[in-house]
Design a protein around this ligand. Structure first.
Ligand code: SF4
Length: 90
């Protein structure tokens, strides 16, 4: 998986396309984002959720999981035009 992900190219925006409502997130016990994201964008550091939007694969899984199994704290949108992941196959 890491080898395949390494083929991709990222045009990183200075503006994050992921926002997390900290208040809602703190009330969430399930935190499905930690388990569903294939790129491991979300992590816990000292019990607090942190995320690296730069690594996002733009699959949209986290927002669906957060709405369905969490508290709806994740606000995800597509990156601005020209930014985000460029998939390469090989
Ligand atoms: Fe991870 Fe997909 Fe959400 Fe990006 S859109 S943070 S890759 S689950």
């Amino acid at each position: 998986m890491d080898k395949r992900l390494g083929l991709n190219k990222y045009e990183i925006d200075s503006e994050s396309h992921i926002e997390v409502d900290k208040e809602l997130c703190e009330k969430c016990e399930a935190k499905p984002c930690l388990f569903v994201c294939p790129a491991e964008v979300y992590k816990l550091e000292d019990g607090k959720l942190v995320y690296s939007y730069e690594d996002c694969l733009e699959c949209g899984t986290c927002i669906i999981a957060c709405k369905g199994m969490g508290r709806g704290a994740v606000n995800w949108r597509n990156p601005r035009g020209g930014f985000g992941i460029v998939y390469r196959y090989g």
